[in-house]
Design a binder for this molecule. Sequence first.
Ligand code: ZN
Length: 317
Amino acid sequence: MNIIFTEPIYKDYIWGGKKLKEKLNKNTPYKKTAESWEISTNKNGISKIKNEEYKGQTLKKLFENQELREKIFGKRTKELKEFPLLIKFIDAKENLSIQVHPDDKYAKQNGLDSGKTEMWYVIECKENAQIIGGLNTKISKEELEKIIENNQIKEYLNYIDIKSGDSIYIPAGTIHAILEDTLICEIQQNSDTTYRVYDWDRKDKEGKERQLHKKEAIETIKTENIPTIVYTTEELESQKIMKSEFFEVEKINCREYYEDCSDTNTFYAINVIEGKGIIQTETNECKIEKGDSFIIPATLGKYKIEGNVQFLKSYII
Ligand code: ZN
């Protein structure tokens, strides 16, 4: 087994900027890029594999290959219909829309693949940056409906201060928005369903407002939900920054070297967020740097990372 490197898919949504190119070395064709989908089998952007041995194949194809499934993705993926995660880098030059994502139950009832619980790791942001997460007061579902219908949601949003290194857990059903000047790594369930509640009265290139989905949003919002924040410290070599029923995420601060072994139960999805180094397996070695993403197969064995490098390691439980 070798480490599996994936090619990014770029999205030029209206709120994007230049940081994916400038800070994360992304070779995007767009002037402004909002998202780089790093590890994805979602139909709206499927990762291609960079490795020679899988040339021309996609991550989805590998996941659907019954001989390879357990070896690469681990025993826990055996019964899954879809690859469970979607990992992106997000450059919010401007505010994203106020939005919400459905949970698994709602997704199933409405013929969607999966709900969308997500987690953000703030790679960098402006001073005094904030995000929106949850509502700032207790209201009933009936009140929420009126507020959304009357376009008053802006007055009920909970603003949270953030700084680089923070990680924010947004369970499905939480009203939220990433706000301007924030560069994030997002780890989420494999879903691309977003219900927009409010889009700042903004217009796209054609002068049109983007579609809102008020009905679905009202059905989906859990008025009591607010995000959980975990603050990271660079003093720890490894810190668990996210634990949910869907996935776990560790932040690794590798100073000189980091030694680890794959887990036969799960793959590890790795996103390098700072620095550069070398990754060595028993048979191979290659350079890694900020902005790279790859998968440590479940049966890879021991691996070692050398260098001054920080990365996120996500897996299923
Ligand atoms: Zn979202």
